[in-house]
Ligand binder design. Structure first.
Ligand SMILES: Cc1ncc(COP(=O)(O)O)c(C=O)c1O
Length: 362
């Protein structure tokens, strides 16, 4: 006999949680280019190596607290001390932990457009959100950002660079100006670090209020494994570790990330191949009448279509290609975001795009 669902009889979620929309995304498509994942799964021999290592670990015991071995390996690869690393369950958890540590009941500054999950994560962490618009060319509005972050009300500023969905890395002088004037913590989300030379890791010794967030989900092709990390000064991390649940990264994820770090040539080879594909895709998109694209330093491109983006999105989907419709965001009218796929997937996308915009210059 099936049980009836109990009523919640007046049980109420926090109003700001009620107001959020749960994260749901269509995932099935012939050509899936909507989540900035790597198009290449891990080679079977590397998967086997992870599985062998996981099998050798006791599953009845909790994993290493603070992901000790992984912390050491990350410290070595980033050129910092292990005390400057905290490992998280994906970088979303890193962002939430930074908000919970510094900004609950206070204000978080973000860019608009910016990474779509950052404002909801700030709200979940109990902060209010101030979105500062980018300039038309998607550069940081340095003056507006400096004015915002100078306020003592602002506890945390979160900037993704390269930014999602615009793809550009922000100019170093603009980010430096934000760092120099911020009263609270400045988080630079370097989720796409492997695809660009731009980074602020070298600036951590100068700025005690800087935290950098990284992930294995993009360049390392491990989105399913859920590992991210924070690089910051010891004082910041000492506080953040108290806000992270103990054993937040499971045995499997720790081992997979360790194996990834032991094979840097695999990661860099694939990143190079992906950047070459991105350049090819950029040139090909520019040659299509009715579509423009913007310079990207990540593994995706932002496109702007002359025809309504929703129609182009639907046209692509009809042809089996799933991209992200970001056209409802600020400054993003008629914009679509497309992840760089394999050579064959990119060709399918280009064919589908040509067919979808043909004769649709509304
Ligand atoms: C800028 C940015 N930060 C963080 C993330 C989330 O990464 P993770 O899979 O590590 O939670 C993404 C994913 O798209 C992203 O674009």
């Amino acid at each position: 006999m099936s049980q009836r669902m109990p009523t919640t009889s007046g049980l109420r979620a926090r109003p700001e949680i009620e107001a959020l929309t749960a994260y749901r995304l269509r995932r099935e498509a012939l050509v899936k280019l909507n989540q900035n994942e790597s198009p290449w799964d891990w080679p079977p021999e590397l998967k086997d190596e992870v599985l062998r290592r996981v099998a050798a670990r006791p599953w009845n015991r909790y994993p290493a607290v603070d992901s000790e071995a992984l912390r050491q390996a990350l410290a070595e690869s980033c050129g910092v001390s292990p005390t400057m690393i905290a490992v998280t369950n994906g970088s979303n958890e890193a962002i939430l932990a930074l908000v919970s540590t510094y900004a609950t009941g206070r204000r978080v500054v973000v860019t608009a457009p910016g990474y779509s999950m950052v404002a909801p994560l700030a709200v979940i962490g109990g902060a209010t959100v101030q979105a500062v618009p980018l300039r038309e060319d998607f550069s940081l509005d340095t003056e507006a950002m400096v004015a915002a972050v100078s306020s003592p009300e602002v506890a945390v500023t979160i900037i993704a660079s390269p930014n999602n969905p615009t793809g550009n890395a922000f100019a170093r002088p603009s980010l430096t100006a934000v760092l120099e004037s911020a009263r609270g913590l400045v988080v630079i989300d370097e989720a796409y670090a492997q695809f660009t030379a731009a980074s602020f890791v070298g600036d951590l010794s100068r700025y005690g209020h800087l935290a950098i967030v990284r992930t294995f989900s993009k360049g390392f092709a491990l989105a399913g494994v859920r590992v991210g990390w924070i690089i910051a000064g010891e004082a910041v991390l000492e506080a953040v570790r108290k806000a992270l649940p103990p054993y937040n990264v499971n045995v499997f994820s720790q081992e997979a990330a360790l194996v990834a770090l032991q094979r840097p040539e695999l990661v860099s080879g694939r990143v190079e191949a992906l950047i070459a594909e991105r350049r090819r895709l950029e040139d090909a998109v520019r040659a299509i009448d009715g579509v423009t694209t913007y310079p990207s330093q990540a593994n995706f491109l932002l496109l702007r279509t002359r025809a309504p983006a929703a129609d182009v999105f639907a046209g692509l989907l009809e042809r089996g290609v799933l991209v992200r419709d970001v056209s409802r965001g600020p400054l993003l009218e008629n914009c679509l975001r497309v992840t760089v796929g394999t050579h064959a997937e990119n060709n399918q996308f280009l064919d589908a795009l040509r067919a979808s915009v043909r004769g649709r210059s509304a």
